[in-house]
Design a protein around this ligand. Structure first.
Ligand code: APR
Length: 311
């Protein structure tokens, strides 16, 4: 199984590392535009192979798309990350040009691939990638919801003092500080609603912390986070390559589902060898539906900004 990761920066390299550590694919091609950068990252990672006992072959290339040929999955992380105080949406101008160019090149060499978009603003970049490549909708997936849900579980686990791995919780909607929707009502600890253990004020704080989870780290690190984003991509790649049929919240094209059309937005989907295979209806209540509608409006406005830019 072959995976290409475009962009060998923080998120891309971390994603390659988790794929190797978890033995998800036999080959990972890291591609970057910066001369020798991906080669260096690949060499450094390969020098951990004997220590970490993995057999994945990680190859770095500078802009040579021929080496990415016949990839089963291509992950797009190329672009600029945000700096402290920036929103993901502010990256649109520069990242749209990068994502468009990258997708064109990728498809020339891997026409049957499944595309995972990570570059921000991710919902709009996913929509752009789908329109640009004209791939079947099931083969274009934006990764944001898995990361946001993992942060939601982390904050719940801290508030409850229990292991995050015992918590089930999902974030849907846009992958933006104001557009994501932590579904507190459906969050459980070993099957029991978390509202049995946390009061309303704490639950609201957990949801608010989740929504700015990325911004909090950007302020601390001076650039956006990479371990959790990289690990989130790796589990998604695993679910595809190993046909796991897991339900993950992913940014996918909606054609009437969740009351929205002609937009890519985060909803729970079944992930398997065909990409996203089915949208799962979580039967939102009226309050959640209103939030989803608001989120869709914000993402639609961002898509409009993009279309007016004529990238
Ligand atoms: N082709 C290939 N690689 C590119 C291109 C391009 N056209 N343009 C930029 N890159 C590379 C950069 O050279 C850099 O190495 O993309 C890499 C991005 O890495 P970082 O700057 O470390 O950014 P990172 O933190 O990995 O974030 C990447 O993911 O989470 C999102 O908001 C984040 O949009 C950002 C993306």
């Amino acid at each position: 199984m072959k995976v290409t990761v475009i962009g060998a920066g923080n998120v891309g390299a971390s994603c390659a590392e988790y794929i190797a550590l978890n033995r998800i694919a036999s080959e990972v091609v890291l591609l970057d535009i910066k001369e020798n950068f991906a080669e260096g990252k690949a060499m450094d990672l390969m020098q951990t192979a004997t220590l970490n006992k993995f057999n994945t072959r990680i190859v770095g290339v500078t802009n040579d798309y021929s080496k990415t040929a016949q990839s089963d999955v291509v992950v797009v992380t190329s672009g600029v990350p945000r700096k402290p105080g920036m929103t993901r949406e502010e990256l649109i101008g520069i990242n749209a040009g990068i994502v468009k160019g990258v997708c064109d090149n990728v498809l020339k060499h891997s026409p049957n691939t499944i595309l995972i978009i990570v570059s921000n603003p991710m919902d709009t970049m996913t929509y752009l990638a789908l329109k640009e490549t004209k791939l079947p909708k099931n083969r274009v997936i934006g990764m944001g919801g898995i990361l946001d849900s993992s942060r939601f579980k982390y904050y719940l686990s801290v508030a409850m003092g229990v292991p995050a791995s015992d918590i089930h919780a999902t974030v849907i909607g846009g992958h933006g500080d104001t557009t994501m929707i932590p579904l507190t009502r459906l969050a459980t600890w070993n099957g029991v609603p978390v509202s049995k253990f946390l009061d309303d004020a704490t639950l609201k704080k957990v949801a608010a912390d989740t929504m700015v989870g990325g911004a909090t780290l950007t302020a601390m690190l001076g650039t956006s986070a990479w371990y959790a984003p990289g690990a989130s991509v790796a589990v998604l790649v695993d679910a595809i390559l190993n046909d796991q049929k897991k339900i993950y919240p992913c940014c996918v094209y909606l054609d009437g589902e969740y009351g929205q059309k002609d937009i890519c937005l985060g909803v729970p989907v079944i992930i398997g060898k065909n990409g996203w295979e089915k949208i799962v209806d979580y039967e939102l209540n009226d309050e959640e539906k209103a939030l989803f509608y608001k989120s869709a409006e914000a993402v639609r406005n961002m898509n409009k900004v993009l279309s007016e830019m004529k990238v």
